[in-house]
Every structure is written in structure tokens, then in C-alpha cells.
Design a protein around this ligand. Structure first.
Ligand SMILES: [Zn+2]
Length: 67
């Protein structure tokens, strides 16, 4: 059984992550750019946490951060 989170992790591999500083990342996906703040848990897609999971931009940022 594939969970929603596993599906999102898969999607997160296809995006480009640019690290702005310790907590802020920019993620480019489907020609759109999103701003992610890991500390305040915000993403400009406004989907962070709406269904109980991180949005894929946040997942990509966390992967980029490496922890
Ligand atoms: Zn997002």
C-alpha cells in the first residue's frame, strides 16, 4: 500500500531546490517558484499541513537540508 506521503516524496524528487539561508528555501516546480520557511512552517503554495502532511516543496527542502 502506497501512502500519500510516499507519493509526495516521489514527487519531491522532480523539483529544484535553492537554499536561501538556514531556514528559507526556494523550490522550483512546474515552472512555478515557491518560498518555504522551515522554521515557521510556511510554504507559498499554502498547502503545508492542510491534509496532515508536508507539501512536496517542504519535503524537497528538507531533503536538500540533509537532515
Ligand atoms: Zn509547498
Amino acid at each position: 500500500m502506497e501512502s500519500k506521503l510516499a507519493e509526495r516524496i516521489k514527487e519531491a524528487r522532480g523539483v529544484t531546490v535553492i537554499r536561501s539561508n538556514e531556514r528559507v528555501f526556494q523550490v522550483v516546480a512546474e515552472r512555478h517558484e515557491y518560498r518555504i520557511d522551515l522554521l515557521s512552517r510556511e510554504c507559498s503554495c499554502n498547502n503545508w499541513g492542510v491534509d496532515g502532511f508536508l507539501c512536496r516543496h517542504a519535503i524537497a527542502s528538507i531533503y536538500c537540508k540533509g537532515d
